[in-house]
Design a protein around this ligand. Sequence first.
Ligand SMILES: C[S@@+](CC[C@H](N)C(=O)[O-])C[C@H]1O[C@@H](n2cnc3c(N)ncnc32)[C@H](O)[C@@H]1O
Length: 443
Amino acid sequence: MPVDSDSLTAFRKQVTSARSLDAPLWEASRHLVHSTDWPATRTALAEAIHASSLADDGLKQTLVAALPLDLATEDRTSAAMLLKQLTGLPVTKALRALCVFFKVGRPATAKWPLPAVTPDTLDRFIQTHHNPFDVLVEQLPASVLDLGAGDLSFAEELATLYEPPLTAQHRPLVLHCLDRLDPSSQLGGPLHAPPLRLNRLRSKPGLEFRFYGDQDMFALDSLERDQRLAARYLIVTCWAPATPTFAYEPTRLSARCLAEELRRTKGDSRQIRHGKEPALEVNHAGRSLLFPAWKFDIRGPLSLLELMAGRGALCVLGAVDSQVCWEILSQLIDDPRVRPTDVVLSAETLPEIFGETYRQLSALPVGGSCLLSDLTPLRKSFPSVLRTSSGQPAPYRFRQVKIQRGALFEGLPASSTARRFQGMSEETPPWLLTLVPEPVSIS
Ligand SMILES: C[S@@+](CC[C@H](N)C(=O)[O-])C[C@H]1O[C@@H](n2cnc3c(N)ncnc32)[C@H](O)[C@@H]1O
């Protein structure tokens, strides 16, 4: 059946605008076009097209015919031209856009509801509230993902503060936590979640609590596929982001520069066996220290920012130490001169690299706050450094970045590391960063 050219033009426009209007579903649609999920998506999409209110039957039939049976074979190539004609987009983006337009969501979106709040609303919220977590009582769903959750003291403080007001509103607090530390490891000491705290959290009636130990935050595919995690949370948070993991950006610093810097600041290290498990032995200041084997895996802020922006409507980084904070800021600022190649950020190099922004932020008193965009323009688009399940990076940026100085803030839940900063007189005060991510519209 032929397709009317006017209805095709109108359809193309609608598909493009549906994509930018429903950012959460666009984000979630990445999973729908994963080769293992595609057969189920294809069936749901064909049904949704048939059942839709599109007036042009020819267009409906052409759309269904354009859906490739298999995304991995040449069927994909033959579908490419037709999909391009119908949507103006390359294959994967075309299929994702059709999923968004026909509202095909994978089952995970049913199990854990997705936030629908817009970046604009969150931007206004963080500018008028000193506590970003208060958004949980204003927006749906009240869901939080805590990355690198350590001993779960932040999780417990969050639950203690927000479960009662949410229970009064007859809605649960969804709180999912994960940490790479294996709960059965002899290493990691105080970062382990104590069994009593875990039991308390698991038995709170108004709390949908999950904890995944031995879980790398950069390997979430299977947790998501099994719906043990939501595709997106109202808040993704990370307290005291691990160092050196996030203290150096590997797209800026070469492997050689990183190895030299680690040797200079931490000491010589080597992989060994500690009883039955692998471990990293570090000789620091004449002492031999043992850590989990992955302790010196350097991922850098770009990975963390992309992970958080993809999974949270709002991103909160608490108790960020100065070194990690400046390395994060060097990615958030538009001016590429704050990202020099192979220059380690330090007390000596920071003033020259960041100039006036360094002076203004250093002068911020504990308890003070500012918007980064008031000091310097924010970066307009971020390069993707993560492998996504669909193989297609989702371009993003931060619409707003709020900076607060200090470890503890009145009324805000805090982690045990944040509380420990109080006693560290030789440490400079840490930072709290609240970021509102938004997709960069793709034309
Ligand atoms: C400095 S501790 C902070 C713990 C806790 N958030 C706090 O503030 O007390 C960093 C935590 O991140 C965890 N971690 C490091 N790399 C990780 C990764 N790739 N995935 C998940 N957790 C990770 C560590 O095991 C550790 O518990």
